[in-house]
Design a protein around this ligand. Structure first.
Ligand SMILES: [Fe+2]
Ligand SMILES: [Fe+2]
Length: 178
């Protein structure tokens, strides 16, 4: 497993006695232990970040954004973790539609098999590519997840950039949610 025990950019470790870490892990622990979620570790997302790490980053930042904007933090964390639940490498696999349009629908379908999703969680997973995906997010949870996805992707790119400048950006921007 290539999983860190914290979100990229965050200083809070998931196994520490921090109120955010304890609450967050309580919301997602059952899903993290599912073999089909663990399997996301086999795929890369942004450069060398595993898809599992990316999903965990999005889950954590969705949870934190959700707390700030008054969305249900549990739904934010769970929809964030499941938002990219598909098991192919889109760089190499030919798909019938553009990956940006296909994978949110696939993720909703796959996630529904693992857990009972609320209509807000489904909307959040389906619209996480907004504004690329047709359809406007309907709930605060959906806005938390789509914002967290972009925030996490930016941090992952800078983190994997590997330069001094990239590391500085990650520690500076990541400081928002310390
Ligand atoms: Fe995605
Ligand atoms: Fe994503």
């Amino acid at each position: 497993m290539r999983l860190n025990n914290k979100a990229i950019g965050s200083k809070i470790r998931f196994d520490e006695d921090n109120p955010y870490a304890v609450e967050f892990m309580g919301y997602i622990e059952d899903l993290l232990n599912q073999p089909l979620v663990k399997k996301l570790d086999k795929f890369d997302q942004h450069f060398r970040t595993s898809r599992l790490q990316h999903c965990l980053n999005v889950a954590y930042y969705s949870y934190r954004i959700g707390l700030k904007i008054g969305a249900d933090p549990r739904e934010c964390a769970r929809a964030g973790l499941l938002h990219d639940l598909y098991w192919y490498d889109w760089h190499y696999k030919k798909t019938p539609q553009l990956h940006a349009f296909l994978h949110p629908r696939l993720a909703v379908k796959n996630a529904s098999r693992l857990a009972k999703l609320s209509h807000r969680e489904k909307d959040a997973i389906l619209k996480h590519m907004w504004p690329l995906y047709p359809g406007i997010p309907r709930y605060k949870v959906s806005y938390a997840v789509t914002m967290a996805d972009k925030y996490a992707a930016g941090l992952e790119v800078c983190y994997n950039w590997g330069s001094h400048f990239g590391t500085k950006i990650v520690s500076f921007v990541g400081g928002i949610f310390q």
